[in-house]
Design a protein around this ligand. Structure first.
Ligand code: UD1
Ligand code: CA
Length: 456
Protein backbone atom coordinates (compact mmCIF):
# COMPACT_ATOMS: atom_id res chain seq x y z
CA UNK A 1 0.00 0.00 0.00
CA UNK A 2 1.40 3.40 -0.89
CA UNK A 3 0.89 6.16 1.60
CA UNK A 4 -0.66 9.37 0.42
CA UNK A 5 0.88 12.71 1.28
CA UNK A 6 -2.03 13.43 3.64
CA UNK A 7 -1.71 10.24 5.60
CA UNK A 8 2.00 10.86 5.99
CA UNK A 9 1.68 14.42 7.11
CA UNK A 10 -0.77 13.28 9.76
CA UNK A 11 1.88 10.99 11.28
CA UNK A 12 3.67 12.05 14.45
CA UNK A 13 6.66 14.24 13.74
CA UNK A 14 9.95 14.59 15.60
CA UNK A 15 12.35 17.38 14.67
CA UNK A 16 16.07 16.87 15.20
CA UNK A 17 18.26 19.98 15.07
CA UNK A 18 22.01 19.54 14.68
CA UNK A 19 23.88 22.18 16.62
CA UNK A 20 27.06 20.52 17.88
CA UNK A 21 29.58 21.75 15.33
CA UNK A 22 32.46 24.03 16.27
CA UNK A 23 31.73 26.49 13.52
CA UNK A 24 35.48 26.86 12.94
CA UNK A 25 34.96 29.14 9.97
CA UNK A 26 33.19 31.70 12.17
CA UNK A 27 36.49 32.26 14.07
CA UNK A 28 34.52 32.92 17.21
CA UNK A 29 34.47 32.09 20.91
CA UNK A 30 30.69 31.91 20.66
CA UNK A 31 29.13 28.66 19.37
CA UNK A 32 28.08 29.22 15.76
CA UNK A 33 24.37 28.58 16.23
CA UNK A 34 24.23 31.29 18.92
CA UNK A 35 25.27 33.99 16.49
CA UNK A 36 22.27 36.16 15.79
CA UNK A 37 20.11 37.17 12.89
CA UNK A 38 17.73 40.05 13.57
CA UNK A 39 18.54 39.85 17.26
CA UNK A 40 17.71 36.16 17.67
CA UNK A 41 20.16 33.25 17.63
CA UNK A 42 20.21 31.11 14.52
CA UNK A 43 19.14 28.21 16.75
CA UNK A 44 16.19 30.29 17.93
CA UNK A 45 15.12 30.89 14.34
CA UNK A 46 15.36 27.18 13.48
CA UNK A 47 13.44 26.16 16.62
CA UNK A 48 10.78 28.76 15.74
CA UNK A 49 10.28 27.19 12.30
CA UNK A 50 10.20 23.72 13.88
CA UNK A 51 7.61 24.75 16.48
CA UNK A 52 5.27 25.96 13.78
CA UNK A 53 4.97 22.32 12.67
CA UNK A 54 3.70 21.34 16.14
CA UNK A 55 6.09 18.39 16.46
CA UNK A 56 5.52 15.68 19.06
CA UNK A 57 9.19 15.92 19.99
CA UNK A 58 12.13 18.20 19.50
CA UNK A 59 15.69 16.95 19.87
CA UNK A 60 18.62 19.35 19.81
CA UNK A 61 22.11 17.89 19.44
CA UNK A 62 24.78 19.89 21.26
CA UNK A 63 28.56 19.60 21.40
CA UNK A 64 30.68 22.74 21.23
CA UNK A 65 29.44 25.19 23.83
CA UNK A 66 26.87 22.58 24.90
CA UNK A 67 25.81 24.41 28.02
CA UNK A 68 25.00 27.70 26.28
CA UNK A 69 23.45 25.99 23.26
CA UNK A 70 21.33 23.74 25.48
CA UNK A 71 20.13 26.75 27.47
CA UNK A 72 19.15 28.58 24.29
CA UNK A 73 17.28 25.47 23.10
CA UNK A 74 15.33 25.31 26.37
CA UNK A 75 14.58 29.03 26.22
CA UNK A 76 13.23 28.71 22.67
CA UNK A 77 11.35 25.40 22.82
CA UNK A 78 8.23 26.72 24.56
CA UNK A 79 5.77 23.93 25.22
CA UNK A 80 7.30 21.46 22.76
CA UNK A 81 8.76 18.35 24.44
CA UNK A 82 12.51 18.92 24.17
CA UNK A 83 15.43 16.57 24.65
CA UNK A 84 18.95 17.92 24.48
CA UNK A 85 21.39 15.19 23.40
CA UNK A 86 25.12 15.55 23.69
CA UNK A 87 27.46 14.63 20.86
CA UNK A 88 30.80 14.56 22.68
CA UNK A 89 32.88 14.31 19.53
CA UNK A 90 31.77 15.92 16.29
CA UNK A 91 32.25 13.18 13.76
CA UNK A 92 29.84 14.41 11.12
CA UNK A 93 26.19 15.14 10.51
CA UNK A 94 25.28 11.42 10.29
CA UNK A 95 27.02 10.79 13.59
CA UNK A 96 25.12 13.75 15.05
CA UNK A 97 21.72 12.33 14.08
CA UNK A 98 22.72 9.03 15.70
CA UNK A 99 23.57 11.03 18.83
CA UNK A 100 19.92 12.15 18.81
CA UNK A 101 18.70 8.53 19.08
CA UNK A 102 18.08 8.69 22.85
CA UNK A 103 15.66 11.54 22.21
CA UNK A 104 13.82 9.42 19.65
CA UNK A 105 13.52 6.40 21.92
CA UNK A 106 10.13 4.76 21.46
CA UNK A 107 9.13 7.31 18.84
CA UNK A 108 7.23 6.10 15.81
CA UNK A 109 6.72 8.49 12.96
CA UNK A 110 8.68 10.85 10.76
CA UNK A 111 11.89 12.58 11.65
CA UNK A 112 12.75 15.95 10.17
CA UNK A 113 16.44 16.80 10.40
CA UNK A 114 17.39 20.49 10.45
CA UNK A 115 20.75 22.19 10.83
CA UNK A 116 21.19 24.90 13.41
CA UNK A 117 23.18 26.92 10.90
CA UNK A 118 20.41 27.19 8.30
CA UNK A 119 18.24 29.84 9.95
CA UNK A 120 15.99 31.13 7.17
CA UNK A 121 13.89 28.06 6.44
CA UNK A 122 10.17 28.72 6.54
CA UNK A 123 7.84 26.27 8.21
CA UNK A 124 5.68 26.08 5.03
CA UNK A 125 8.66 24.72 3.12
CA UNK A 126 9.43 22.22 5.87
CA UNK A 127 5.81 21.05 5.90
CA UNK A 128 5.99 20.55 2.13
CA UNK A 129 9.05 18.33 2.55
CA UNK A 130 7.48 16.29 5.36
CA UNK A 131 4.38 15.70 3.22
CA UNK A 132 6.31 14.76 0.05
CA UNK A 133 6.47 11.26 -1.43
CA UNK A 134 9.46 8.98 -0.81
CA UNK A 135 10.97 7.03 2.04
CA UNK A 136 13.74 9.61 2.22
CA UNK A 137 13.04 13.24 1.28
CA UNK A 138 15.73 15.83 0.78
CA UNK A 139 15.24 19.57 0.53
CA UNK A 140 17.37 21.09 -2.23
CA UNK A 141 17.82 24.29 -4.16
CA UNK A 142 19.34 25.60 -7.34
CA UNK A 143 22.08 28.20 -7.09
CA UNK A 144 24.67 29.96 -9.22
CA UNK A 145 27.06 29.85 -6.26
CA UNK A 146 27.12 26.20 -5.14
CA UNK A 147 30.61 26.35 -3.59
CA UNK A 148 30.72 24.60 -0.22
CA UNK A 149 27.32 22.89 -0.49
CA UNK A 150 26.73 19.17 -1.03
CA UNK A 151 25.61 18.59 -4.63
CA UNK A 152 22.50 16.62 -5.58
CA UNK A 153 23.43 14.02 -8.19
CA UNK A 154 20.20 13.56 -10.09
CA UNK A 155 19.93 10.79 -12.68
CA UNK A 156 17.18 9.42 -14.88
CA UNK A 157 15.40 8.00 -11.83
CA UNK A 158 15.76 11.05 -9.66
CA UNK A 159 18.11 11.74 -6.77
CA UNK A 160 20.87 9.12 -6.71
CA UNK A 161 23.27 10.43 -4.11
CA UNK A 162 24.67 13.58 -2.52
CA UNK A 163 28.32 14.37 -2.95
CA UNK A 164 29.98 16.76 -0.54
CA UNK A 165 31.94 19.68 -1.97
CA UNK A 166 35.23 18.30 -0.65
CA UNK A 167 34.66 14.95 -2.29
CA UNK A 168 33.24 16.15 -5.60
CA UNK A 169 34.97 15.66 -8.95
CA UNK A 170 35.29 18.76 -11.15
CA UNK A 171 32.22 17.56 -13.11
CA UNK A 172 30.24 17.14 -9.89
CA UNK A 173 31.37 20.55 -8.70
CA UNK A 174 29.70 22.01 -11.76
CA UNK A 175 26.32 20.73 -10.50
CA UNK A 176 24.13 23.63 -9.40
CA UNK A 177 21.50 21.58 -7.51
CA UNK A 178 22.49 21.68 -3.85
CA UNK A 179 21.54 20.06 -0.56
CA UNK A 180 20.02 22.37 2.05
CA UNK A 181 20.79 19.82 4.75
CA UNK A 182 17.13 19.28 5.58
CA UNK A 183 15.93 15.72 5.36
CA UNK A 184 12.77 13.85 6.30
CA UNK A 185 12.27 10.11 6.75
CA UNK A 186 10.61 7.55 8.95
CA UNK A 187 12.55 7.43 12.23
CA UNK A 188 13.31 3.70 12.03
CA UNK A 189 14.32 3.92 8.36
CA UNK A 190 16.67 6.84 8.97
CA UNK A 191 18.43 5.34 12.00
CA UNK A 192 18.72 2.01 10.13
CA UNK A 193 20.39 3.72 7.17
CA UNK A 194 22.69 5.75 9.41
CA UNK A 195 23.96 2.59 11.10
CA UNK A 196 25.44 1.65 7.72
CA UNK A 197 27.18 4.96 6.95
CA UNK A 198 30.99 4.78 6.81
CA UNK A 199 33.42 7.69 7.19
CA UNK A 200 35.06 6.96 3.83
CA UNK A 201 35.47 10.50 2.58
CA UNK A 202 37.82 13.46 2.44
CA UNK A 203 36.92 14.62 5.96
CA UNK A 204 36.75 11.18 7.58
CA UNK A 205 33.24 12.03 8.81
CA UNK A 206 29.94 10.18 9.03
CA UNK A 207 27.83 12.09 6.52
CA UNK A 208 24.07 12.22 6.92
CA UNK A 209 23.99 12.79 3.18
CA UNK A 210 25.32 9.28 2.51
CA UNK A 211 21.93 7.88 3.53
CA UNK A 212 20.63 8.86 0.09
CA UNK A 213 22.86 6.44 -1.87
CA UNK A 214 22.29 3.75 0.79
CA UNK A 215 18.52 4.12 0.51
CA UNK A 216 18.69 3.91 -3.27
CA UNK A 217 20.86 0.79 -3.04
CA UNK A 218 18.10 -0.80 -0.94
CA UNK A 219 15.51 0.11 -3.55
CA UNK A 220 13.82 2.79 -1.46
CA UNK A 221 12.09 5.74 -3.04
CA UNK A 222 14.13 8.90 -2.54
CA UNK A 223 12.94 12.33 -3.53
CA UNK A 224 14.36 15.82 -3.76
CA UNK A 225 11.97 18.67 -3.02
CA UNK A 226 13.31 21.97 -4.35
CA UNK A 227 12.91 25.34 -2.69
CA UNK A 228 14.20 28.88 -2.96
CA UNK A 229 17.90 29.55 -2.55
CA UNK A 230 17.29 32.49 -0.24
CA UNK A 231 15.62 30.27 2.36
CA UNK A 232 18.37 27.69 2.34
CA UNK A 233 21.32 30.01 3.01
CA UNK A 234 23.68 28.08 5.28
CA UNK A 235 25.91 30.05 7.62
CA UNK A 236 29.48 28.85 7.99
CA UNK A 237 31.30 32.16 8.27
CA UNK A 238 30.58 35.82 9.03
CA UNK A 239 30.15 36.68 5.37
CA UNK A 240 27.33 34.15 5.10
CA UNK A 241 25.95 35.40 8.43
CA UNK A 242 25.68 38.88 6.89
CA UNK A 243 24.16 37.41 3.73
CA UNK A 244 21.53 35.60 5.82
CA UNK A 245 20.79 38.81 7.74
CA UNK A 246 20.31 40.67 4.47
CA UNK A 247 17.88 38.05 3.18
CA UNK A 248 15.97 38.01 6.48
CA UNK A 249 15.70 41.80 6.57
CA UNK A 250 14.45 41.99 2.99
CA UNK A 251 11.72 39.46 3.78
CA UNK A 252 10.67 41.19 7.00
CA UNK A 253 10.52 44.64 5.40
CA UNK A 254 8.43 43.33 2.56
CA UNK A 255 6.05 41.61 4.98
CA UNK A 256 5.69 44.86 6.99
CA UNK A 257 4.97 46.90 3.86
CA UNK A 258 2.47 44.34 2.60
CA UNK A 259 0.76 44.56 5.97
CA UNK A 260 0.32 48.31 5.62
CA UNK A 261 3.51 50.05 6.81
CA UNK A 262 5.23 52.77 4.80
CA UNK A 263 9.02 52.74 4.52
CA UNK A 264 10.60 55.47 2.45
CA UNK A 265 13.89 53.64 2.20
CA UNK A 266 13.27 50.04 3.24
CA UNK A 267 16.88 49.02 2.66
CA UNK A 268 18.01 51.18 5.59
CA UNK A 269 15.40 49.95 8.07
CA UNK A 270 16.73 47.19 10.31
CA UNK A 271 14.05 45.14 12.02
CA UNK A 272 14.31 42.56 14.79
CA UNK A 273 12.87 39.07 14.76
CA UNK A 274 9.92 40.15 16.91
CA UNK A 275 9.25 43.72 15.73
CA UNK A 276 5.49 44.22 15.66
CA UNK A 277 4.27 46.81 13.17
CA UNK A 278 0.68 47.99 12.90
CA UNK A 279 -1.22 49.47 9.97
CA UNK A 280 -0.36 52.90 8.62
CA UNK A 281 2.88 52.96 10.56
CA UNK A 282 5.53 55.16 8.94
CA UNK A 283 9.18 54.32 9.30
CA UNK A 284 11.83 56.73 8.10
CA UNK A 285 15.27 55.89 6.74
CA UNK A 286 18.21 54.66 8.84
CA UNK A 287 16.18 53.29 11.70
CA UNK A 288 17.35 50.39 13.84
CA UNK A 289 15.01 48.17 15.83
CA UNK A 290 16.40 46.00 18.60
CA UNK A 291 14.21 43.23 20.02
CA UNK A 292 10.88 43.87 21.70
CA UNK A 293 9.50 46.85 19.78
CA UNK A 294 5.79 47.27 19.18
CA UNK A 295 4.56 50.03 16.83
CA UNK A 296 0.83 50.49 17.15
CA UNK A 297 -1.38 51.54 14.24
CA UNK A 298 -0.48 54.96 12.89
CA UNK A 299 2.78 55.36 14.85
CA UNK A 300 5.57 57.34 13.15
CA UNK A 301 9.27 56.65 13.53
CA UNK A 302 11.34 59.37 11.88
CA UNK A 303 14.82 58.94 10.45
CA UNK A 304 17.82 57.80 12.51
CA UNK A 305 15.99 56.35 15.50
CA UNK A 306 17.30 53.47 17.58
CA UNK A 307 14.53 51.62 19.41
CA UNK A 308 14.48 48.52 21.58
CA UNK A 309 12.11 46.94 24.14
CA UNK A 310 9.61 49.75 23.76
CA UNK A 311 6.08 50.47 22.59
CA UNK A 312 4.96 53.41 20.46
CA UNK A 313 1.26 54.20 20.64
CA UNK A 314 -1.08 55.05 17.82
CA UNK A 315 -0.59 58.48 16.36
CA UNK A 316 2.59 59.04 18.36
CA UNK A 317 5.69 60.32 16.64
CA UNK A 318 9.27 59.54 17.55
CA UNK A 319 12.48 61.10 16.26
CA UNK A 320 14.35 61.93 14.16
CA UNK A 321 17.37 60.83 16.20
CA UNK A 322 15.50 59.41 19.19
CA UNK A 323 16.71 56.53 21.29
CA UNK A 324 14.17 54.47 23.20
CA UNK A 325 15.44 51.75 25.48
CA UNK A 326 14.02 49.00 27.65
CA UNK A 327 10.63 49.73 29.14
CA UNK A 328 9.92 52.94 27.26
CA UNK A 329 6.20 53.20 26.58
CA UNK A 330 5.13 56.10 24.41
CA UNK A 331 1.38 56.63 24.64
CA UNK A 332 -0.89 57.60 21.81
CA UNK A 333 -0.33 61.01 20.21
CA UNK A 334 2.88 61.61 22.17
CA UNK A 335 5.71 63.49 20.55
CA UNK A 336 9.29 62.36 21.27
CA UNK A 337 11.68 64.52 19.28
CA UNK A 338 15.33 64.67 18.34
CA UNK A 339 18.09 63.62 20.71
CA UNK A 340 15.69 62.34 23.33
CA UNK A 341 16.65 59.19 25.17
CA UNK A 342 14.08 57.40 27.30
CA UNK A 343 14.39 54.28 29.39
CA UNK A 344 11.93 52.53 31.70
CA UNK A 345 9.52 55.43 31.31
CA UNK A 346 5.83 55.65 30.58
CA UNK A 347 4.64 58.66 28.63
CA UNK A 348 0.88 58.95 29.03
CA UNK A 349 -1.09 59.97 25.93
CA UNK A 350 -0.23 63.34 24.46
CA UNK A 351 2.94 63.90 26.53
CA UNK A 352 5.82 65.68 24.80
CA UNK A 353 9.60 65.63 25.03
CA UNK A 354 10.46 67.36 21.82
CA UNK A 355 14.20 67.98 22.11
CA UNK A 356 17.43 66.99 23.86
CA UNK A 357 16.28 65.09 26.94
CA UNK A 358 17.13 62.09 29.04
CA UNK A 359 14.12 60.56 30.73
CA UNK A 360 14.77 57.45 32.82
CA UNK A 361 12.74 55.55 35.43
CA UNK A 362 9.90 58.00 35.10
CA UNK A 363 6.20 58.38 34.62
CA UNK A 364 5.07 61.35 32.57
CA UNK A 365 1.41 62.31 32.84
CA UNK A 366 -0.97 62.90 29.96
CA UNK A 367 -0.24 66.05 28.00
CA UNK A 368 2.77 66.99 30.15
CA UNK A 369 5.50 68.91 28.34
CA UNK A 370 9.19 68.39 28.95
CA UNK A 371 11.19 71.33 27.62
CA UNK A 372 14.47 71.02 25.75
CA UNK A 373 17.25 69.72 27.95
CA UNK A 374 15.05 68.19 30.64
CA UNK A 375 17.10 65.60 32.46
CA UNK A 376 15.94 63.10 35.05
CA UNK A 377 18.87 62.55 37.40
CA UNK A 378 17.81 59.00 38.18
CA UNK A 379 21.09 57.44 39.27
CA UNK A 380 23.24 58.35 42.26
CA UNK A 381 25.98 55.92 41.35
CA UNK A 382 24.38 53.15 43.42
CA UNK A 383 20.63 53.08 42.99
CA UNK A 384 18.05 54.14 40.41
CA UNK A 385 15.31 56.52 41.57
CA UNK A 386 11.94 57.41 40.10
CA UNK A 387 10.58 60.66 38.75
CA UNK A 388 6.86 61.29 38.52
CA UNK A 389 5.45 64.15 36.54
CA UNK A 390 1.72 64.73 36.66
CA UNK A 391 -0.71 65.29 33.83
CA UNK A 392 -0.46 68.66 32.13
CA UNK A 393 2.70 69.69 34.00
CA UNK A 394 5.11 72.01 32.22
CA UNK A 395 8.85 71.49 32.77
CA UNK A 396 10.88 74.48 31.58
CA UNK A 397 13.95 73.96 29.44
CA UNK A 398 17.20 72.83 30.98
CA UNK A 399 15.63 71.46 34.12
CA UNK A 400 17.34 68.78 36.16
CA UNK A 401 15.00 66.62 38.24
CA UNK A 402 16.94 64.99 41.05
CA UNK A 403 15.09 61.77 41.71
CA UNK A 404 13.25 60.49 43.63
CA UNK A 405 10.96 63.39 42.92
CA UNK A 406 7.34 64.14 42.10
CA UNK A 407 5.97 67.09 40.17
CA UNK A 408 2.22 67.32 40.59
CA UNK A 409 -0.36 67.68 37.84
CA UNK A 410 -0.54 71.09 36.25
CA UNK A 411 2.63 72.31 37.98
CA UNK A 412 4.90 74.75 36.21
CA UNK A 413 8.68 74.49 36.60
CA UNK A 414 10.79 77.48 35.63
CA UNK A 415 13.49 77.12 33.05
CA UNK A 416 16.92 76.19 34.34
CA UNK A 417 15.66 74.73 37.59
CA UNK A 418 17.50 72.08 39.55
CA UNK A 419 14.65 70.44 41.41
CA UNK A 420 15.49 68.66 44.62
CA UNK A 421 12.05 68.78 46.27
CA UNK A 422 8.60 67.64 45.24
CA UNK A 423 6.40 70.22 43.56
CA UNK A 424 2.66 70.11 44.39
CA UNK A 425 0.05 70.17 41.66
CA UNK A 426 -0.59 73.55 40.06
CA UNK A 427 2.39 75.11 41.89
CA UNK A 428 5.06 77.24 40.24
CA UNK A 429 8.57 76.13 41.17
CA UNK A 430 11.68 78.21 40.58
CA UNK A 431 14.85 76.44 41.61
CA UNK A 432 17.55 78.70 40.31
CA UNK A 433 19.40 81.77 41.55
CA UNK A 434 17.78 85.10 40.93
CA UNK A 435 19.32 87.16 38.13
CA UNK A 436 21.50 90.17 39.07
CA UNK A 437 21.84 92.94 36.44
CA UNK A 438 24.22 95.91 36.94
CA UNK A 439 23.67 98.74 34.41
CA UNK A 440 26.82 100.04 32.73
CA UNK A 441 29.07 97.62 34.53
CA UNK A 442 30.20 95.82 31.34
CA UNK A 443 31.99 98.91 29.99
CA UNK A 444 33.68 99.56 33.38
CA UNK A 445 34.76 95.96 33.61
CA UNK A 446 36.29 96.08 30.12
CA UNK A 447 38.21 99.24 30.92
CA UNK A 448 39.54 97.72 34.12
CA UNK A 449 40.66 94.49 32.47
CA UNK A 450 42.30 96.28 29.55
CA UNK A 451 44.26 98.60 31.87
CA UNK A 452 45.40 95.59 33.88
CA UNK A 453 46.64 93.88 30.73
CA UNK A 454 48.65 96.95 29.57
CA UNK A 455 50.20 97.37 32.99
CA UNK A 456 51.36 93.77 33.10
C1 UD1 B 1 26.18 20.34 5.27
C2 UD1 B 1 25.83 19.17 4.34
C3 UD1 B 1 25.83 19.68 2.91
C4 UD1 B 1 24.83 20.82 2.78
C5 UD1 B 1 25.13 21.93 3.80
C6 UD1 B 1 23.97 22.92 3.78
C7 UD1 B 1 26.64 17.06 5.29
C8 UD1 B 1 27.71 16.06 5.30
N1 UD1 B 1 26.80 18.10 4.50
O1 UD1 B 1 27.51 20.75 4.97
O2 UD1 B 1 25.47 18.61 2.03
O3 UD1 B 1 24.89 21.35 1.44
O4 UD1 B 1 25.23 21.38 5.12
O5 UD1 B 1 24.25 24.04 4.57
O6 UD1 B 1 25.65 16.87 5.97
N2 UD1 B 1 26.96 19.22 13.11
C9 UD1 B 1 26.83 18.53 14.28
N3 UD1 B 1 27.71 17.53 14.55
C10 UD1 B 1 28.70 17.17 13.70
C11 UD1 B 1 28.82 17.91 12.49
C12 UD1 B 1 27.92 18.92 12.22
O7 UD1 B 1 25.93 18.80 15.09
O8 UD1 B 1 29.45 16.24 14.03
C13 UD1 B 1 26.01 20.32 12.84
C14 UD1 B 1 26.67 21.67 12.75
O9 UD1 B 1 26.66 22.32 14.00
C15 UD1 B 1 25.82 22.40 11.73
C16 UD1 B 1 25.25 21.31 10.88
O10 UD1 B 1 25.42 20.09 11.59
O11 UD1 B 1 24.76 23.10 12.38
C17 UD1 B 1 25.93 21.22 9.53
O12 UD1 B 1 27.31 20.97 9.70
P1 UD1 B 1 28.40 21.71 8.81
O13 UD1 B 1 29.74 21.21 9.23
O14 UD1 B 1 28.20 23.15 8.80
O15 UD1 B 1 28.08 21.08 7.37
P2 UD1 B 1 28.37 21.72 5.94
O16 UD1 B 1 29.80 21.53 5.61
O17 UD1 B 1 27.85 23.10 5.88
CA1 CA C 1 26.94 24.44 7.36
Amino acid sequence: MTETAESRSARPLAVVILAAGAGTRMRSDRPKVLHQIAGLSMLGHVIGAARALAPARLVVVTGHGAEAVGAEARASAGDVALTVCHQAEQRGTGHAVLAAAPGLDGFEGDVLVLYGDTPLLRSETLARLVAAEGALRVLGFETNAPAGYGRLVIGAEGLERIVEANDATPEEQAITACNSGVMAADAGVLLGLLAKVEPANAQGEYYLTDTVALARAQGMAVSAVMGSEAEMQGVNDRVQLAAAETIWQAGAREAAMRAGATMRDPASVFLAHDTTIGRDVEIGPNTVFGPGVVLEDGARVEAFCHLEQCRIGSGASVGPFARLRGGAVVGSDCRIGNFVEAKNTIFAPGAKAAHLSYVGDAEIGAGANLGAGTITCNYDGFTKHRTEIGAGAFIGTNTALIAPITVGPGAYVATGSVLTEDVPGDALALARTRQVTKPGRAARLRALLSARKKGA
